[in-house]
Structures are given as structure tokens and as C-alpha cells.
Design a protein around this ligand. Structure first.
Ligand code: ADP
Length: 246
């Protein structure tokens, strides 16, 4: 197992309150992982640290050979390094077609969404079609994104992130507000995406985590409380106590 990202002894405080407390966690290449934990466990702050939005007070975030927490890299520089992030709410270009949205997102040596990259080359066209198929939106390629359902917008945004060819994709509650069928499809999209890159899903919905069928990391008070299969962690007494608020 090759380690892709190693978070080691990371702490983040806000006004003296430790949102992340000596957190150590590793992710492998092409792994699917779910991060769960009660409200306030530090899940968002963890994603903020990995994507460079928040700088840790202590500890290291090792990406390949680099300690990205030390280099003073901006969020966009870290994104260029291959770390993509999907926020909970879908953000697509509502007045553009699905094809145009994907075209704008294609990996670009000048950075994501740099202007003048809508080149209609054969290679770009094939790449867009492959991604549309992966996210189940082939039939919607010429549709205006604003007319898509909530689920379809979420898939489009996942597709836009895949178009940037990240090696790690962080996804925040992708199934929120989705129907059972949409959840099923989202599971398949994420599982398929994780065959060629690491996908880390922050999720509240245990049924969705069960469907993902992957290793789970439970965060509590900014540290790892338990790790393993969902069955393994949900049998852990400390996890049960935290979820029951004891
Ligand atoms: P989660 O995503 O698991 O709900 P968060 O990472 O959002 O947890 O928050 C962890 C803790 O840190 C919470 O107690 C939250 O109130 C606190 N926190 C997060 N961001 C800030 C901030 N910018 N200022 C002060 N406290 C914060």
C-alpha cells in the first residue's frame, strides 16, 4: 500500500479551542475512505487543513515528498498538486451546458478554469464524453446545467473535479438531499472514481457509508477515535458512547 497523504500530529486551535487535536491519519493511493463523526468532531477543519484553507498550528501534512502545510502553498496551488474538494452544495455554471461545464474544468497546465481553454480538440471531446459517461450524464451533455436535478448537478460537479485529474478527491456529504436511487448512483460514481485516485467522503448518513462499503475513520474532538470497517467501528464502545452522547 503506497501512502498518498499522511497527516501527522496536526493540531488546529481557534481562540484556544482545539478543533483538531494531534490528528494522525493516512490515505493510500486509489483508496475509498469515509470520515464520520458527530457535529464538531473536526471533519470540516480536517478538509480545510488538507486543502490549505487552514494552516495547522502543529504537525505535518505530507503529500508525496512535500510537507504542504509548511510550504505556505495557497489553496489553488494545493489544488494544482492534485487535491480536489467538493463542497456540499453543488456549484456548477448554471447558464452553461453540461458539456461546457466539463470543458471548462478540463485539466489545464495554466490551472483549473483558466480562460481560453474551451478548445474543441478531439482529445478534449473524448475526455468530456468519457467523464459524462462516468457520471451518468451522457444524455444530458447539451442540457443547460441550471435545468438539471439536484442529484445531476452533484454528479456534474464530481465530473468537473474528475476532469481536473486529482489524485485525491475530498467530497463533503455528497448524498445530502438525494433520493434512494440517486444515492445508489452516487455510490457507484464514487466507487468507480476511487479505482484510479483516492476518494475521501465526509458523511453523516450511515446508510450511505454502509453502501460505500469502505474503510471508515471516526473523528471525535479532533482526533481519530476508531478506524476500520463500518461494522468494526460501530461495535467499538467508545464510538457508541460518542454517538449516544455519553
Ligand atoms: P465538523 O465538520 O465535524 O462538524 P468542524 O471542523 O466544523 O467540525 O468544527 C470543529 C470544532 O471547531 C467545532 O467545535 C467548531 O465550532 C470549531 N470551529 C470550526 N471552525 C471554527 C472557526 N473558524 N472559529 C472558531 N471555532 C471553529
Amino acid at each position: 500500500m503506497t501512502t498518498l497523504l499522511e497527516v501527522s500530529g496536526v493540531s488546529v486551535s481557534f481562540d484556544g479551542f482545539r478543533a483538531i487535536n494531534n490528528l494522525s491519519v493516512q490515505f493510500a493511493e486509489a483508496e475509498l475512505r469515509a470520515i464520520i463523526g458527530p457535529n464538531g468532531a473536526g471533519k470540516t477543519t480536517f478538509m480545510d487543513v488538507v486543502t490549505g484553507k487552514t494552516k495547522p498550528d502543529e504537525g505535518r501534512v505530507i503529500w508525496g515528498e512535500k510537507n504542504i502545510s509548511l510550504l505556505g502553498m495557497s489553496e489553488s496551488e494545493i489544488a494544482m498538486e492534485g487535491i480536489g474538494r467538493k463542497f456540499q452544495k453543488p456549484t456548477v455554471f448554471e447558464d452553461q451546458t453540461v458539456r461546457q461545464n466539463l470543458a471548462m474544468a478540463l485539466k489545464n497546465p495554466r490551472g483549473p478554469f483558466a480562460v481560453l481553454w474551451h478548445k474543441r480538440t478531439k482529445a478534449n471531446g473524448a475526455r468530456i464524453e468519457a467523464i459524462a459517461e462516468q457520471i451518468g450524464l451522457t444524455a444530458q451533455l447539451t442540457r443547460i446545467a441550471g435545468e438539471l436535478s439536484h442529484g445531476q448537478k452533484q454528479w456534474l460537479e464530481i465530473g468537473m473535479l474528475l476532469a481536473q485529474e486529482p489524485r485525491l478527491l475530498l467530497v463533503d456529504e455528497p448524498a445530502a438531499g438525494m433520493s434512494v436511487e440517486e444515492r445508489e448512483k452516487t455510490t457507484n460514481i464514487l466507487r468507480e472514481a476511487a479505482k484510479t485516485r483516492a476518494v475521501v467522503v465526509v458523511e453523516h448518513d450511515m446508510e450511505f457509508v454502509r453502501r460505500l462499503g469502505c474503510k471508515v475513520t471516526v473523528l471525535h474532538e479532533g482526533s481519530v477515535l476508531a478506524e476500520g470497517s463500518l461494522d468494526h467501528v460501530t461495535r467499538n464502545q467508545k464510538v457508541i458512547d460518542v454517538y449516544l452522547g455519553r
